[in-house]
Design a protein around this ligand. Sequence first.
Ligand code: GLY
Ligand code: MN
Ligand code: MN
Length: 467
Amino acid sequence: MIHKAVLISFLTFVFAASAQNKKPLYDNDYLTKEFHQSRRTALIEKMPEGSVAFFFSAPEKIRSNDVEYQFKQDPDFYYLTGCRETNSMLVIFKDEQDVDDALTHEILFIQDKNIFEERWTGVRMGRDSAKKTLGFKCTKNASDFADFKIDLKKFKTILYTDKFYDVPDDKTDRGDLASLIKHLKLKIEISEAKTNLTDLSLIMAELRQNKMPEEIVLMRKAIKMTCDAHREVMKALEPGMTEYQSQAIMEYMFKKNGSEYPGYPCIVGGAENSCILHYTTNRRKLQKGELLLMDCGAEYHDYSADVTRTIPVSGKFSPEQKIIYNIVLDAQMAGIKKCIAGNDFRDPHKEAYKIIGQKLSELGIIKNPNEAIKYFFHGTSHYLGLDVHDAGLYNALEPNQVITVEPGIYIPAGSNCDPKWWNIGIRIEDDILITTGAPENLSAGVPKIIDEIEALMKQESVFNLIR
Ligand code: GLY
Ligand code: MN
Ligand code: MN
């Protein structure tokens, strides 16, 4: 007779194995077409009377010769369409228009299918599949736009953003992005219609700054991957490692957990490099006694995290490093407390700046609190979302916005203060969800209290086995 406990554990194993087998081959947690449709409806509500709006996909960007950078869809375009392809354009009408004998608020001009190209760079959706998969009422090939008849004169305003430069132009391709932009400009010129290049960005900022629940789900995933990666580097770091090796562990952990790529180039700066805000060279060897500033965030399904921690290479902060670190930490925690709906966007910065000014002057590093800008010379917060520096209006804080709180103090060598403070660069950055009540720190999963960092750094990492 089989013992009951053995049977249960066997069945548990079988169920777990079959659940593993049922794991989808590809991610199935992208935003749905209904999400993107709802965003187009929200846009139409905000568009001025009698207007039409044009949005372009992002261009492919050349790194060198015929090698391209990793493609990132234009965030406005992605938000409204869910389309991840270049060479495409979205048209939204405030009032329904007759297109091919049917009334529609929208046309998606999507890049043409091309069997030859698709064998090199991947399957293109094409207009039929875009209709079904992305939920568009009306789709056309991008190459159809040049001859597409549209009486722009009848619209009160034409809204578009002309934010691209360096768009590659294949003169033989009537359906590439350069051609879409060129033909829109020609049609506008011929019709002498009234254009507006600024309002569309403001409308999109107003929409994108308040996250929908589905967006917050993805942001939580990106931020969790980021916290797990920061924790692993904290455990693995030791003198003799390089900035790029720390970066490698960070990025390995991002990818291992499903992130497509970092939301921005990882900033991993030791010693003097901790004082450079957007340092990305990451080539230095790290020594005992130095600090390492890591500003790294994973991107997941287009949503970016943005988290900074500053840690001692040896695992123990020096007395001077501790003093400056705790000033930044006090400022950051006070800034987070100001992340309350109804407060001005700049309130966290004002609070953090006040504390840093007071404490640096008490230490004699500056003469009076107003001089804090010498060592804290950036803003404290920005919106976070599809872009790491996301779109938003920078007015009062509202529930469902996600912003960073990231004060810092940077004292490069040669600064006009006691040399014992030199080469201390510290930033602490968390991602904060504004709610109807207390702020929620989405990146609380990685420690920032000195004792907690030092305790975590004592733990072993699997990466210590492959040094
Ligand atoms: N990672 C860039 C920033 O913190 O704004
Ligand atoms: Mn950052
Ligand atoms: Mn930031």
